[in-house]
Every structure is written in structure tokens, then in C-alpha cells.
Design a protein around this ligand. Structure first.
Ligand code: ZN
Length: 151
């Protein structure tokens, strides 16, 4: 595939997620985790429902952000839904390596459409846009575990 064609395919996937984000909205009965990226002005509120087996049973997000942050939140939600929190944290780690330009194996298999964001590594100021949703996920999972221990 010609390089320019590949680039436009990547752009198309990212634009599709940002204009029609999957799992956008709120979840009743869950407290959202809010996080922002002051560099760009992106804000995300992430809603997670983790069941007793540690599986992400439901996920949604709202807020406002640039195309990359919204697309990334949509892709992240697709990927981690139905996974264990342990697996989700691992994927978050992989994603952060990917957008920082590190070699990551089997990106599409593990990260789904989020693998299309690897080009962000060439734009350091956009890395925070791409990782915002994934960092919110990490923080939400940690908080959830702390709450569980408190019960
Ligand atoms: Zn942004």
C-alpha cells in the first residue's frame, strides 16, 4: 500500500471514531473519574463498571476534547470492555509505549483500532491527547481497587 494511502486510512479511522465516538455518554450508578490535559484543553469523564470478578462490564465517557483525545477514548473503550482490569492496565501500558514511538508487538491484535494512533509519536505535543483516556482508565481502576479494600 502506498504510504499516502496508508496515512489517509489512518486518518479515516481516527476521524470516524472522533465524529461518532463509541461508548459516549454516562453510566447510571457510577461516579465518573475526571481528568484533563491542560496543554490542549481536553477534558474526559470516564465511567466504569467493574464487576466482582474484576471484569470491566460497562464503560462510557463524556467531556470535550480534540479529535485525537476523543478518538482515543472511543478506541480505548472498545478495547477494554469485557476485559479484566489487569489486562486493561497492561494494554494501557502498551498503548503508552506505542504512542511514544517504542516498538510494540501485535499492536492491532491487542489494541484494536487504537493501534492506528501510533503516528501520534511523531507529534510530541499530541501524545498527551492520545493517552488522556488511558490514564483516566488507569486512575479509575486504582481508585476502584482502593474502594474495594475499604469495604
Ligand atoms: Zn487534544
Amino acid at each position: 500500500m502506498a504510504l499516502s494511502k496508508l496515512a489517509s486510512l489512518y486518518r479515516a479511522v481516527i476521524l470516524d471514531h472522533s465524529s461518532h465516538p463509541h461508548h459516549s455518554g454516562t453510566l447510571n450508578g457510577t461516579t465518573p473519574l475526571e481528568m484533563n490535559n491542560p496543554t490542549c484543553g481536553d477534558v474526559i469523564r470516564l465511567f466504569l463498571h467493574i464487576n466482582d470478578d474484576g471484569i470491566i462490564e460497562d464503560i462510557s465517557f463524556d467531556g470535550r476534547g480534540c479529535a485525537i483525545s476523543t478518538a482515543s477514548a472511543s478506541m480505548m473503550s472498545d478495547v477494554v470492555l469485557g476485559k479484566t482490569v489487569t489486562k486493561a492496565l497492561k494494554l494501557s501500558e502498551k498503548f503508552s509505549q506505542l504512542v511514544q514511538g517504542e516498538e510494540v508487538e501485535k499492536t492491532e491484535e491487542m489494541l484494536g483500532d487504537a493501534a492506528f494512533l501510533n503516528g501520534v509519536s511523531k507529534f510530541p505535543q499530541r501524545i498527551k491527547c492520545a493517552t488522556l483516556a488511558w490514564n483516566a482508565l488507569k486512575k479509575a481502576v486504582v481508585l476502584n481497587e482502593e474502594n474495594d479494600q475499604g469495604e
